[in-house]
Design a binder for this molecule. Structure first.
Ligand code: SAM
Ligand code: SF4
Length: 335
């Protein structure tokens, strides 16, 4: 049942229609940019939303105007009841999507189809098995590579997300773009972002401008086509003429897209984050368990959303460990 209360609009007139739900803080990989080496402090299991709670909170958001839900994590597909969650959420009138590292994707092809999931984002930071191992601290390159091919063969819309780290995988940017020659996928280069404990260093970040300089020197200028971005798109999209796929840059650090932000996030322990970079969170799970109405809490959280990057409106503020370390590690936010 849709309601007229516009609780998902913030003070800057931004309407939030895209909810990202983290299903778990656990992961079968250990990407260095995403989680600290020592791991993250895990919530007790009883503090994690069960599938009914996920459904109830998601439905509240859908009733107030959310039209797209992306499941993320940690690694969403390692949660034991993920199939039940997918099937329950598929009953809501929303576009359902998922972000995964693809290690176990082959076991979910049928359930994705049953649930109408078409858009699948896969993390892949290197096309080289050794480097994959270095960044993920695990040996799953072949599995992931095969599963990406499987998703394409099965007709899913696949986006590959590669976090760029200077001196590590910036020399693969052109290889990644050439990967789109025969494959109908979008490779999205993500600027390395600072989060608690990920040893972020501005010098390791490859900016949008630097990526484009490299692209311009590798391809004939006339063949680099700018594609129109979808509304609320966080990426600047391009393709090489004649290539089946495309590439994009997500420039959250150097070129934030906060003006058109329509995203909100729900952590695995049921906290609403009004911004990826926000240092504060609103607990929805405890009041839900206490039988309370969560809509006033959601409304208050939306009213307190900052205009830019959780209040870190300059690059200097974002760079300050004092400020960005107040935020969780990415593994427990969900990307
Ligand atoms: N496990 C799934 C995956 O890897 O796609 C979903 C969760 S992961 C946290 C979601 C996205 O966040 C991934 O695309 C990952 O590359 C990205 N990410 C994690 N840490 C990041 C960072 N420090 N800067 C930029 N992107 C990051
Ligand atoms: Fe796991 Fe995804 Fe984080 Fe890598 S980026 S550690 S796959 S949650």
């Amino acid at each position: 049942m849709k309601t007229n209360q516009n609780i998902l609009q913030d003070n800057f007139g931004r309407q939030h229609s895209y909810l990202r739900i983290s299903l778990t803080e656990l992961c079968n990989l250990r990407c260095t940019y995403c989680m600290p080496e020592e791991g993250v402090k895990l919530e007790p299991r009883s503090h994690i939303m069960n599938f009914d709670e996920i459904y109830t909170i998601a439905k509240t958001f859908v009733d107030h105007g959310v039209t797209k839900i992306r499941l993320t994590g940690g690694e969403p597909l390692i949660r034991k009841d993920v199939q039940i969650i997918l099937k329950k959420l598929a009953t809501l009138p929303v576009e359902l999507a998922i972000s995964t590292n693809a290690v176990t994707v082959d076991r979910f092809i049928e359930v994705f189809k049953t649930c109408g999931i078409q858009n699948i984002n896969v993390s892949l930071d290197s096309l080289n098995a050794e480097k994959f191992k270095e960044i993920t601290r695990r040996h799953d390159f072949d599995k992931v590579y095969q599963n990406i091919q499987l998703l394409i063969k099965e007709g899913f819309n696949v986006k590959l997300n590669a976090v760029l780290i200077k001196g590590f995988n910036d020399n693969e940017i052109i290889d990644f773009i050439k990967f789109t020659k025969a494959l109908p996928i979008s490779v999205r280069f993500i600027e390395f972002m600072p989060f608690d404990g990920n040893k972020w260093d501005k010098a390791k970040m490859m900016s949008y401008a630097e990526v484009m300089t490299l692209v311009n020197s590798a391809f004939d200028k006339a063949s680099i086509l700018r594609i129109e971005d979808a509304p609320n798109d966080t990426s600047k999209n391009y393709k090489i003429e004649g290539y089946k796929g495309s590439f994009a840059i997500i420039s959250s650090v150097t070129n934030p897209f906060c003006d058109s932000c329509n995203r909100i996030r729900l952590t695995a322990n049921g906290r609403l984050k009004n911004c990826l970079f926000s240092a504060t969170e609103s607990d929805l799970l405890t009041p839900l368990r206490d039988g309370k109405d969560i809509t006033p809490i959601i409304s208050k959280a939306m009213q307190s959303k900052f205009k830019i990057r959780g209040g870190m409106d300059t690059l200097e503020k974002l760079e300050s460990p004092e400020l960005h370390s107040k935020n969780r590690s990415m593994i427990s936010i969900g990307g």
